[in-house]
Design a protein around this ligand. Sequence first.
Ligand SMILES: [Zn+2]
Length: 72
Amino acid sequence: MADEIDFANDLMDVEVSRAISRMRQQTAQSSEGSKTCVECGDTIPDARKKLGFKLCVPCAEESERQKHLYAD
Ligand SMILES: [Zn+2]
């Protein structure tokens, strides 16, 4: 009887840890694209990300500079 309960617990553990690792993978994948700069891959600060920026500060400044260059 005790063996059966242990067996059931083991099964539960396997299922739970599988579900957790699946969730972790999905979270890592879904946040990968939005959390990092599309230009250099650096992490974008949360505050910046919420404003919808896809570039980190240095890359944004660089692209602004280039826009001005082309405008002139
Ligand atoms: Zn960047």
